[in-house]
Write a protein that binds this ligand. Structure first.
Ligand code: JHZ
Ligand code: SAH
Length: 409
């Protein structure tokens, strides 16, 4: 048996959770592709040395991020606003040079955040390996290279464009297995006074809410402030601020700089202490988490089975990457969920990874609403509830699984 090692410390990983055989989270497919669908064993491991929770195995990056990538960032108005505010915060931070500042964003997708810098006439560069979304960014006037970010690419950019004042990333850093190489690249790319600001789904929220659907192929890591401080500390950088976010069901924005370059906010110590109290540095914590995940699965299966017995119609709302974990881990197929509606054209007319539930355009939902809708895009609940008043007024109900399995409405 191969021994699995931590991608940061090289120490052996302790297996804490087993989700069984899983397909690609964003691997929406057509019936002729069913027979050759790709699966891998999805297991979570933890190493106390690095305090990093991570997938034991992950599909190759090129298998997930390519010219048919199914996730387009700009499908949520709320996220558009969130990234306009993030950009405004960077511009007003005082960290940018007063003349000709340069901003780099990793995984800029369709340009949802960088377009704000482009519109302000600021020098910028996006690095985005998924060619289809990179093309959309370029078409919006966002200068985007379709490449995977590496230390070598960082050195090349520093040579051609100069070092950066700000290095940004949202929902990207936790996707990259070669994270140590990326951190070295950030260190090389940042000016001595530059800052790196990035946000990702936060382990503290995942544990508190049992939002286990944040675990899928793309999310090779679930970060805590403890693991980020350790990872960057090893490369001569330090956490100077932590800013909790409500996006994606609870995220953390990490602000990092070269060691000693900027004062450290008192929030850093406060949050690190809270994480130690929560046990995010100890393997035993994840044993408790596993029990909560198993309980959540049993409740969701029982609820859907009961609705089926009672002849109720159930559909899904939002063919999220997260839903791939729920559907495959719980064994929920088209017998329990008729279809899933989604506003993303590239997903429509296809079937969900692994369980093969049809994905239909949003119009299918409004034309023939189900009795119950499983809110797979629960992280966008505020935006969706505001849009779905008619569904609720006509007696439509929601099923959510976070923070516990329940029916709403
Ligand atoms: P959403 C993806 O996760 C993948 P997903 C990735 N790994 C990641 O980390 C985050 O994004 C950033 C649809 N929708 O945002 C659009 C509606 O149909 O929860 C999307 O397909 N109606 C990079 O896929 C999906 O739901 C609506 O009103 O879990 C939402 O996907 C809205 C608001 C969305 O991310
Ligand atoms: N920042 C956007 C997009 C997140 S999706 C948002 O928050 O909505 C994650 C993106 O990271 C994908 O578009 C993917 O192609 C990109 N990505 C994955 N690995 C990468 C790497 N090594 N370097 C740069 N981008 C990467």
């Amino acid at each position: 048996m191969t021994e699995h090692r931590c991608r940061i410390s090289g120490a052996p990983l302790t297996k804490v959770l087993d989700f069984g055989r899983q397909p690609l989270g964003n691997g929406f497919l057509s019936p002729e592709q069913f027979a050759s669908e790709y699966f891998y064993p999805m297991e979570l491991g933890f190493a106390e040395e690095s305090m990093m929770l991570q997938l034991i195995e992950q599909p190759a990056p090129e298998q997930m991020f390519h010219e048919h990538y199914a996730f387009y960032s700009s499908t949520s108005r709320f996220m558009e606003r969130h990234f306009a505010e993030f950009a405004r915060q960077v511009m007003d931070s005082g960290f940018l040079a007063t003349t000709d500042p340069f901003v780099v964003e990793l995984g800029c997708n369709d340009g949802i955040m960088l377009k704000n810098f482009a519109q302000a006439g600021m020098r910028h560069l996006g690095i985005e390996p998924s060619r289809n979304v990179a093309e959309v960014a370029n078409s919006k006037g966002v200068r985007t290279l379709s490449e995977f970010f590496t230390e070598d690419l960082a050195a090349q950019i520093a040579k051609t464009d100069g070092q950066a004042d700000a290095f940004l990333a949202a929902n990207v850093m936790c996707h990259i297995p070669t994270i140590v190489d990326v951190v070295k690249g950030i260190r090389a790319l940042l000016k001595p006074t530059g800052v790196a600001m990035f946000e990702d789904p936060y382990l503290g929220d995942v544990i508190e809410k049992t939002s286990y659907d944040q675990i899928y192929d793309e999310h090779v890591f679930l970060f805590s402030a403890l693991s980020i401080q350790h990872l960057f500390g090893e490369q001569g950088m330090e956490l100077i601020d932590l800013q909790p976010q409500t996006t994606h069901g609870g995220s953390m924005r990490y602000v990092l700089a070269h060691k000693g370059a900027h004062p450290v906010s008192e929030r850093v110590t406060r949050i690190l202490d809270r994480e130690c109290a929560m046990g995010l540095d100890r393997v035993a914590t994840f044993d408790e988490f596993r029990k909560h995940v198993e309980r959540s699965r049993s409740k969701l299966i029982a609820l859907l089975a009961d609705l089926k017995t009672r002849g109720k119609r159930v559909a899904g709302y939002g063919a999220t990457s997260k839903s791939t974990t729920i559907l495959n881990y719980c064994g929920i197929g088209p017998d329990l969920i008729e279809y899933i509606s989604d506003t993303t054209p590239i997903k429509q007319g296809k079937f969900t990874p692994g369980m093969h539930i049809p994905v239909k355009p949003y119009e299918a939902f409004t034309a023939n609403p189900p009795d119950y809708a499983v809110l797979f895009a629960w992280n966008h609940a505020e935006e969706i509830m505001a849009k779905e008043k008619a569904y609720m007024a006509s007696g439509g109900k929601w099923i959510v699984h976070v923070p516990k399995v329940q029916v709403l409405g």
